[in-house]
Design a protein around this ligand. Structure first.
Ligand code: GAL
Ligand code: CA
Length: 346
């Protein structure tokens, strides 16, 4: 009798355990794996390389939350046609969410069609498609930052430095002679950053004289070349260099170094991004200041959005503008607060 009762208890416990396991299995099964397919306009771009690294780290965090996560990364090496092929390949390989950094931000139609046919949502990032394109389908999103804000911050930082140090106006003519190093033509961050930086300086009452403007496509080596040409034309008349990103500001610094300019004959340099090298240059005093393009913040939003789009849960926790845009704020970086930003680096 005793033995029979014991047998029944053992059987009951066994069945309960089986049921528990089955439920657990069901629980994990409902969490769909996230397979991210990412393509980038050019992976040798300093800011993007670091931003994508942050994104990988954010996806690893997701994995700690018991979601299976994979990421496949492709480099379009500056060709929209290559990027279209890559999107097709990523969809065929089973990616269930795409992150696209367009080569030509005016030409996303083929990519959108491919994604729509396969019902795979797209998060565009850093290179903003025009609004009409983003409205083509309701599973299209954009994560980036407001170019105007970065330009205004750069202008304000330059005004602060110029007001605080009368030696910057080296020829003492009451005006600041300046040059611009601009990013890719047609990129939302190029023209807007330049215009807003200059307008902010003017609104702050700084008298300006533009000497020249050179396009250097976000690239340090190209910026060095453009700056060498400008220096040979204007010699030591240049008092201020405004660059649309840190790499180009550093290319300008490289040009002066190559020509062995002494510190008293140097202009002041301003960048945007706060890349590792950019922040270090602020610490070393080579850049007067920069504007932080919050790659950690952007990467975090992208990972959250990717997860929510796949699982269909958690979209409420993401603050979307007009239902599909997330703009992460920029921040001013000077020698006083650069430590805070260095601590954010991995
Ligand atoms: C900008 C960034 C540049 C470059 C560019 C590429 O936001 O400031 O350094 O990375 O994006 O699209
Ligand atoms: Ca002057």
């Amino acid at each position: 009798m005793e033995r029979r009762r014991l047998g029944a208890v053992v059987t009951a416990v066994f069945i309960a355990m089986q049921l528990l396991c089955a439920c657990e299995k069901l629980g994990t099964e409902t969490k769909e794996p996230v397979h991210v397919g990412l393509t980038c306009y050019n992976q040798s771009d300093t800011f993007l390389e670091q931003m994508i690294e942050c994104f990988r780290e954010e996806l690893e965090e997701l994995e700690h939350d018991a979601t299976e996560v994979t990421i496949t990364i492709r480099d379009a090496c500056g060709s929209q046609r290559t990027q279209n092929d890559q999107v097709k390949e990523l969809i065929d390989a089973g990616c269930n969410v795409l992150c696209v950094n367009l080569v030509d931000r005016a030409d996303p139609s083929e990519i959108i069609d491919l994604a729509r046919e396969a019902d795979v949502p797209i998060i565009f990032f850093n290179r903003e498609p025009v609004a009409e394109d983003l409205m083509q389908w309701d599973r299209l999103y954009y994560v980036g930052a407001h170019a105007e804000q970065s330009g205004m911050m750069q202008g304000a930082l330059a005004a602060d430095v110029i007001e605080a140090d009368s030696r910057i106006d080296r020829n003492r003519d009451g005006k600041i002679q300046y040059v611009i190093l601009e990013g890719e033509p047609g990129h939302q961050d190029a023209i807007i950053r330049t215009e807003d930086a200059v307008d902010t300086l003017i609104n702050r009452g700084v008298m300006l004289e533009k000497l020249s403007c050179g396009i250097a496509n976000w690239n340090r080596a190209q910026a060095q070349n453009r700056m060498m040409q400008m220096i040979s034309e204007y010699q030591n008349r240049i008092e201020l260099v405004l660059a649309n990103n840190d790499d180009m500001a550093l290319g300008a610094v490289d040009a002066y170094k190559k020509l062995n300019y002494t510190e008293s004959a140097l202009p002041v340099f301003f960048g945007i991004d706060g890349t590792d090298v950019g922040l270090q240059a602020v610490v070393d005093g080579e850049l007067s200041a920069t504007v932080y393009n919050d790659k950690e913040g952007q990467a975090q939003v992208m990972a959250k959005l990717a997860d929510a789009l796949v699982s269909g849960k958690g979209m409420d926790g993401i603050a979307l503008e007009r239902g599909r845009y997330v703009y992460v704020p920029y921040a001013k970086v000077t020698v006083e607060n650069v430590g805070e930003f260095l601590r954010r680096q991995y």
